[in-house]
Design a protein around this ligand. Structure first.
Ligand code: NDP
Length: 478
């Protein structure tokens, strides 16, 4: 059982002002695994002030110097990769094989990429006799969720620090441990005090204290649409800049020219895209949209694949593909949606509301698929954030695109067709921030973010770096 009863402010570990503590539960067993500090608004205030005090010096340092320190975070995380992977598996329920790649591996790449961009970025360029100057935004509050915690933190902390901003990180409370590990790595590197600060504890209290704090210049948030909307409303009072990466209800479209082999390949890929991290993924492909006359063909593949290959298992076993959910709250939410699907009259083809046996006290649910889902059903419109797939029939390419777009969200998607040009045409017509054609992998250097209620602002690559910069035009006599 870990004890981390301090928060990290101004280069040191200090007890939270109110002495608060929270017990964290292991999602693989349901047992207590750690006690962490629960900060409050006074800690948010101290952290914001420390970050403000550190900003002047940090922002004026050469970008290459900042980049070297940011790249050192990747080296520090690499040394603790196994510990990080296991920590997030226990926090979020992710299978350890996925944790090693995604939770422990990807963030290293994100810190290195942010450092590389800072080294090559032109912060000061001419436009006639005017200089176009990009300066760091200032003090950034990074508020992050629990589903891909180190990755989502890296998408903010890496570019923000490399751009010259200082940071206060407020991670999801149930994923505090991986953020503490990051703070330990940063502490060991020897960043100047106050450049990076970590306050663990409840989101409503610390998060809202940060969002409304006069020393915070920008809030970068990833999480639910509800919390994002609240943050944007609070930040609007002081015109604090906000970037939001929110939920999704992404569609995987299969067009009707796919031969049987490619149809199966597309369904199999769509299932993986839905069930990765037990569906606790903002870009999860939770709607599988197939030609109406091939619904039964899709159902057969889905049932066979899920029942043979996606049954839940111990997340710490390297052969497990489907792990646990992150919390009992997630289990309750997901089972509530499965019941809603049944009540709405969707056709339950596998899974259901009963819990899988023999897995102890962890937060496991059965992977569930519904067919003959209408796109106006709740299970097709709302983000479930669990292993629940909805199969929807379409009547041609335009109808498939219309179904994909008939969503409050616009984060991601996929299109499969025999004719790639046809798939690309459909992909261009889908209103989402990211979309893949015929199984193409995401490019982690490309901008990532949402349309509609999936948020605004972009992460990763140059676009993600520039989110943390303000632009100034300096007019000089010609
Ligand atoms: P939240 O959006 O509530 O939490 C995300 C982060 O925001 C956490 O750090 C949380 O802190 C913090 N937070 C919560 N409320 C506020 C607030 N009012 N002001 C500032 N910060 C706040 O997600 P939940 O953990 O409650 O998950 C609920 C649902 O959200 C999921 O079922 C899923 O549908 C969706 N979700 C989507 C994500 C995505 O990537 N699209 C990621 C996570 C969740 P704390 O943990 O301390 O509450």
């Amino acid at each position: 059982m870990h004890e981390h009863t301090a928060i990290y402010i101004d280069g040191g570990w200090i007890p939270p002002g109110g002495g608060g503590r929270t017990e964290l539960l292991d999602s693989t067993t349901g047992a207590a695994m750690a006690t962490v500090a629960a900060g409050d608004a006074t800690d948010a205030d101290s952290a914001a002030q420390a970050a403000r005090a550190a900003f002047g010096d940090w922002s004026r340092r050469p970008a290459t110097e900042r980049a070297d320190l940011v790249a050192a975070i990747a080296d520090g995380l690499a040394k603790r990769a196994d510990e990080l992977a296991e920590t997030v598996t226990r926090e979020a329920g992710t299978p350890i094989s996925v944790s090693s790649m995604v939770h422990a591996g990807l963030p290293q790449m994100s810190y290195r990429t942010a450092a590389d961009i800072a080294r090559r970025h032109e912060f000061d360029r001419p436009l006639g006799s005017t200089r176009i100057i990009q300066e760091p935004v200032g003090v950034v509050a990074a508020i992050t969720p629990w589903n891909y915690p180190p990755h989502q933190i890296a998408a903010k902390v890496g570019p923000a620090l490399a751009a010259g901003c200082t940071v206060v990180l407020k991670p999801a409370e149930i994923a505090s441990l991986d953020a503490i590990l990051l703070a330990e790595v940063i502490d060991e590197i020897g960043f100047p005090p106050g450049v990076f600060n970590l306050v663990t504890g409840p989101g409503r209290i610390i998060g809202e204290a940060l969002v409304t704090h006069p020393d915070i210049d920008m809030v970068s948030f990833t999480g639910s649409t509800g919390a994002g909307s609240r943050i944007a409303a609070l930040a609007a009072q002081s015109i604090t800049r906000v970037a939001l990466e929110l939920g999704g209800k992404s569609a995987c479209l299969l067009l009707d020219d796919l031969d049987d082999g490619d149809f199966k390949r597309a369904v199999v890929a769509g299932i993986s895209g839905c069930l990765l991290n037990a569906g606790q993924t903002c870009i999860a492909l939770t709607r599988l949209v197939v030609p109406e006359h091939r619904l039964s063909q899709a159902e057969e593949i889905v049932v066979d694949q899920i029942e043979r290959k996606w049954q839940p298992g111990d997340p710490l076993d390297p052969s497990t593909r489907l792990g646990a959910l992150a919390s009992q709250a997630q289990v309750d939410t997901v089972l509530g949606y499965v019941q809603t699907g049944i009540d709405e009259g969707a056709k339950l083809i596998t899974g259901g509301t009963d819990r899988p046996g023999d897995l102890g006290g962890g937060y496991f649910v059965r992977p569930t698929a519904f067919s003959a889902v209408r796109n106006d059903m709740k299970i097709a419109q709302e983000e479930i954030f669990g292993p629940v797939l909805s199969i929807i029939g379409h009547n041609g390419d335009d109808d498939a695109v219309a179904i994909a777009n008939d969503s409050p969200f616009g984060l991601s998607g996929a299109v499969w067709a025999g004719d790639q040009a046809r798939a690309e045409a459909a992909a261009r017509a889908v209103r989402t921030g990211t979309i893949s054609v015929n199984g193409a992998l995401p490019n982690l250097q490309a901008p990532f973010g949402g349309f509609k209620q999936s948020g605004y602002g972009r992460e990763y690559g140059e676009a993600g770096f520039e989110e943390f910069l303000e632009t100034k035009s300096l007019n000089l006599p010609g």
